[in-house]
Design a protein around this ligand. Sequence first.
Ligand code: GLU
Length: 557
Amino acid sequence: MDYNYLADLLFPNTTEAPADIEAKYPPRNLPEGAKVTRFAPSPTGFVHFGGLFPSTVGERLAHQSQGIFYLRIEDTDAKREVEGAAEGLITTLAHYGINFDEGAVLGGDRGDYGPYRQSQRASIYHVYAKQLVREGKAYPCFCTDEEIQTLSQTDKKAEIKNKDWHEDAEAARLQMLKQREFTIEEVEAEIKAGHKFVLRILADGDPNKKVPFTDLIKGKLEIPENDEDFVLLKSDGIPTYHFAHAVDDHLMGTTHVIRGEEWLPSLAKHLQLFRYLNFKLPKYLHIAQIMRLDENGSKKKLSKRDMGANMNDYKEMGYAPECVNEYVMTLLNSNYEEWHAQNPEKPYTEFPFSIKKMSTSGCLFDFKKFNDISKNVISRMTAEQVYKYSLEWAKEFDAEFASVLENDPEYTKAILAIGRGGKKPRKDLATWRDVKDYAGFFYDKYFKIEQPIDERFDSSDIVNCLNAFLESYDCCDTMDVWFEKIKTISAENGFCADTKEYKNNPDAYKGSVADVSMFLRVAVTGKLNAPDMYSVMQILGKDKVSERITSMIDSLK
Ligand code: GLU
């Protein structure tokens, strides 16, 4: 077979050689040890929580080593592509602070190693495809679409060989095997007849033989050689993932391929392909899938439809991107939390991220843990930041609340400053959405008695305590004086002023000072749990405090 002739027959318009292409992708000028990584999503939908893993790992490894991190859009499967998904990916990743040095950006590309959308690189793939044909490593297959479909359903040769296999599949298999043997005349006749072909690799592997391989996360593996003549170019000339990623990662200088472990079974194909193409094999990191616990407590893969899978939902739920980053880091590196406890003020980007500390099996996604981390992150923010971010959130998702927050910014900031800044800041907010629930009672619009006073207390006792408080309340009192007054009121009305003493002798009292404080809390905030009452009253002001307490008294009469 004259492979040069065959190559020209199949790719008459491809005139460049691999060397011409290589000249346009010179090695990058980077310091020793710098890693070049990429995030390479297919634009088939939203960014999945699991998508933040490879992108965060890629970003960290590149930027920690003064390397390059780039975004490549793998849009070779037009059927699965969702309109606007690429733009959505770019915007969502930016929201989470995943900063690319190069790659696809809104409306185009940035960087010298593009184009960064695979749909725009067809002519480049053809150069390498043609080269493989020239070297007798790939061949055209003129099976019809139906035959190919039957074949692709069989997936593995083992299945095709199964005796019980459907007749169609057997016919398709024979047809395909015949293609390997086509003479140049037969190929020429097919082309002249206008028949389309897919380009297949001529696999030379023996699946009984194993190739040793080291994955940087999974460790030492044994990969069976590939004997499947998988497709390199589809009949429209568009490459498959296997072929496109090999060419792109080579040209774009990727040193570390970070991707989901669902690609591990394809690794045999990729090893073969890199060898056929004479490309240096990058290092691979196959990241374990994210798991969740189902109702019965068993581990399940976090699927597309699960709560927490779609990163766009997080914005609406009101989670700050910083909280998401922080949580992802705790899942990615087992020692992150410890480091963070020792360095609470440092951003996660200063943490020495290590591949060795990554989990080889699936990480468990846990909303409760995520909320705890979120609360920690927000508790360290200033009132000014909390005001800014919650207002931004409200403007997008709760316009009415936004106008309430904005009506008196200083008032709102004073509310948000309660319990903030000390060594043990309050941890009430996991999301910006929580601000309304936490602080809504400060605004008349949202104030209502949500949790009434327990019925075991006598109304007249409550009324007496509240009246006594109204008579003695002076908003200029210091916190100590204010509290002393509540203690006095308690004692005068049969409630123990000392909680310890009350615990030792509960039957001797109607309740304790804690209960009297609770009467005030419910009257003023409508809740059983609220931020520090002295501060709450200071911010609400004497008139509002009196008004609410009076209203509670009236309701109990
Ligand atoms: N486009 C592939 C995917 O979305 C990327 C795999 C890779 O990073 O190489 O799964």
